[in-house]
Design a protein around this ligand. Sequence first.
Ligand SMILES: Nc1ncnc2c1ncn2[C@@H]1O[C@H](COP(=O)(O)OP(=O)(O)OP(=O)(O)O)[C@@H](O)[C@H]1O
Length: 367
Amino acid sequence: MARLEINSVSKAFGAARPADGLSLAVEPGEIVAVFGPSGSGKTVLLRMIAGMFEPDDGDILVGGRSVVGAPPERRGIGMAFQNFALFPHMTARDNIASGLRARAGGGDVAGRVAAISRLLKIEHVLGHAPRELSNGQKQRTALARALIGNPDVLLLDDPLRNVDAKLRYEMRLELPNLLRRGTAAVLYVTQDYREAMAIADRIAVLIDGRLTQVATPADIYAQPASVAIARLFGDPTINLAEVSPVAEHGMLLATVAGARMRLGAADGAAPAGACWLGVRPEDLAVSSASTDDAIPARILAVTPMHEKAVLLLRLADGTEWLAALPPDAPQGAADDAVFVRFAPDAAMLFDRATGLRIGASHRLKAA
Ligand SMILES: Nc1ncnc2c1ncn2[C@@H]1O[C@H](COP(=O)(O)OP(=O)(O)OP(=O)(O)O)[C@@H](O)[C@H]1O
């Protein structure tokens, strides 16, 4: 059992700075998803931990000991990659066993391969070469190889990227249980926010080589630290409008497309300057009835999506917003004139200049 600690780690490649003062601790048995856009530095972080290259600055500790400078096989780390990286000339069985030999290993190799293969449901393909395996079987083989040595730290680099949608869905459900059987500190890189939310205890959001928020999935969704993070989580993405809020009688108000909208209780004065107002599509209500606190809009398109219906709306000032409604809610049709509302506690405010969220959101609803 060992804790993974990343302390002020930086790495530059010429002008690119994919790691810029990263600090993060992962507890034994904890799964932390590293989530961020393409090119944000996720793979560079994993490679520094694994020892494929060293940081320019900062330290990486496993169980309190620095591993910087130590050879990869001495770091107590298991890894699985999006491209599986299996040895093509070896059977699945030997590929899995190689994870054991890479560590001090030995002992009952056959017994351990059998046990981990049973867990991952690949016993029937152990004699196959990688080219004879489906992508899902390759991924399970790669995972078995990473898990078999009971590593202190497990690094998973977008392991479900190359498997089909059905298997990805199943693995999202299975993986947390599988990973929590051990005591490894798990760093799980993904580009898919849903995967991060389904699998991780905490999500570390990496943007341009910096960790911009580290929190539970529910907190990140309900209380994103910045407008950039709010936009990364949610499908459809969060609706935004530029507003200049005012405080009146203890309530924060803002004009959105001509309508005076309540944004929750004001703690003192209104924020100075322009803000982004953010409202999640599922927090909008759409109806044909007009009231003071409703934004006039027109439906441009309705997309039924099984578990929800997504409405593309044009607000009175031309801004386009999306509403995600329960499929059985009255929806209307394209070109209908409607009115859009949201509850004050669904409103998030972000500073227009810095993008940072202003004040504590009253929203506690989980994703
Ligand atoms: N060995 C290297 N030499 C030079 N630049 C590199 C090297 N490895 C990564 N980079 C640069 O560092 C940045 C971050 O790359 P990285 O692969 O970590 O992104 P990522 O977040 O994993 O992206 P993706 O999700 O697309 O895999 C990129 O600009 C990349 O070009």
